[in-house]
Design a protein around this ligand. Sequence first.
Ligand SMILES: [Cu+2]
Length: 345
Amino acid sequence: MQKTFSWIRNLLLLTTLWLATADVAHAVQRDVWVAAVPVRFDFMPWGRDPISGKTFTAEQRFAPATIYRRTTRNWRRPLRNSDVSSLPRDGVPGPLIRARVGDTINVHFKNLEPAGGRAHSMHFHGVRYPPSSDGAFVPGVSGPDAEVKPGQSWTYRLRAIRESEGVWPYHDHAPDMHHAIEEGMYGALSIIGRKDRWPDREFVVVFNSTHEFETINNRAFINNTPTFRARVGEVVQWDVLALGSAHHTFHVHGHRWLDENHTPLDTRTIGPAESFRVRWTEREPGTWLYHCHREDHMSRGMVGLYKVAPAAKGQRRKRPGGSAGQAPAPAAPPAHSDDGHAHEH
Ligand SMILES: [Cu+2]
């Protein structure tokens, strides 16, 4: 009897060791460089709301803001924050930080506000970190991670653990966080399982309120908010997040997805700092609306376009199922580049 137990114990020990080694072999360290950059932000780069026909003055369109900007190593050169599928809109949210379960993420943050400017920080949801990487200002408790002053920098050391899989917000948590978040100091973390594939397209939608507008990625009204693009056959993932103080209802026209209980949905409500992701294999060509379904929010700007092109000739890939819900893994490499991230081996 005892012999059997020790045999089982040894087997368990070996399995644990094997799993631990497999973890180390697979996990990578990802270094992300981010700067807080003061800008004159254009909330309506297209200048008008095509539904109401309203146009906006420079005073309504522009406001000073500090935003997160992805950069090259040592904050030398600014890079794009977004996936190519949401261009030309960029700047807010901050860089999409992607990782796999098991990875270490070092976010090297520098505050580029001029001397005398505000302190900023980065506070991350969903991942594991020591208190010195919390980035949240608590008088008498927190350290320099929570108050990165102009010209200073801090490295936040994060780990994507098993419970980190999914989509999470990050945001400024320095003393002036409420203004900074209204200006657009937030972004998304996207973490997939160790063996999962990245989708072909990944769209980040952040609902927030700023000035008198209700915004998606800090912009209001169609053609000002991002116009997301995909092609029939591609696996698309929507990362949906909310900041600020209101609840929002995410809705995409002509599409539906399955929730955790395999119930089809085409709307889902989220509150402050909540987040979720939905995936499907695209099969609905056309120009579609995506928006917050709170009508007072929609009329104040929380609406955008989603354009789906037909499958390219000769490029139609065979996909099992092709129905709504958690889509099968795509065959193609991700459309998103891993700019500023470590390369996976
Ligand atoms: Cu809303």
